[in-house]
Design a protein around this ligand. Structure first.
Ligand code: ADP
Ligand code: MG
Ligand code: MG
Length: 203
């Protein structure tokens, strides 16, 4: 069984930072096709800040690690993807008021998936060719703690690939209309890397 302790979250964030750094050029390439060619740079900057903050002020709990990471990503990633992280955090706070978190790994995902039901449903859905197309299937695969990280990683990867034939309905790519079809969404691709890092951290 996976132990979701503080070191696990540190391994996850570090592995995600490494993965995003390694794939930054590819993420920017994808963004150059349907965006403004900065997604790799944005994500790399955000995760470099996360890594630096983890070293400077090592968090003492899983929650503190997530808060630290969220803060750095929100302030340093910028762009539409940074905004999406901020929206997820807001939804998470709203959700926390309604029901207490029972599984730390599901917490972030629950924030991303919250729109399945309730008021934010219109904003948090898949099929719009965004990062949610990777994150929502990953949350589904986690199954509130009964699924596996490996399954979540595969689901996110599959979700990212599934954005290729989609028509973008959010963000810059939506300005392209039909011309957005046939390209993989950069945000879904980076999200799949981050979800994929969960399985690495669990090893
Ligand atoms: P920007 O588009 O501002 O340059 P990035 O290039 O860093 O920001 O991020 C682009 C990614 O953000 C897209 O590939 C998409 O996955 C995601 N995105 C854009 N708009 C939205 C949105 N409204 N909701 C969720 N994700 C979004
Ligand atoms: Mg961009
Ligand atoms: Mg930009």
């Amino acid at each position: 069984d996976d132990v979701l302790d503080t070191p696990f979250f540190l391994r996850w964030l570090t592995a995600a930072a490494t993965s995003v750094g390694r794939e930054a050029a590819r993420l920017t390439d994808l963004d150059s096709a349907i965006g403004d060619a900065d997604h790799g740079t944005n994500m790399q900057r955000g995760f470099a800040a996360v890594t630096e903050a983890l070293e400077k002020e090592p968090p003492g709990s899983p929650g503190a690690a997530l808060i630290l990471a969220g803060r750095q990503l929100i302030s340093k990633v910028g762009g539409a993807s940074g905004t999406a992280v901020r929206d997820a955090a807001a939804a998470r706070r709203q959700g926390a008021r309604r029901r207490r978190a029972d599984h730390p790994a599901a917490a972030g995902g629950r924030a991303a998936g919250r729109g399945g039901r309730g008021g934010a449903a219109r904003r948090r859905r898949g099929g719009d060719k965004t990062m949610l197309d990777a994150l929502l299937p990953a949350v589904e695969a986690l199954g509130g703690g009964t699924g596996s990280f490996a399954a979540a990683g595969e689901a996110a990867e599959k979700g990212a690939l599934a954005t290729v034939p989609m028509l973008a309905r959010k963000g810059r790519a939506s300005y392209l209309g039909e011309r957005s079809v046939g390209h993989q969404d950069p945000g879904a691709t980076s999200s799949a890397l981050i979800v994929g890092a969960l399985a690495e951290a669990a090893r």
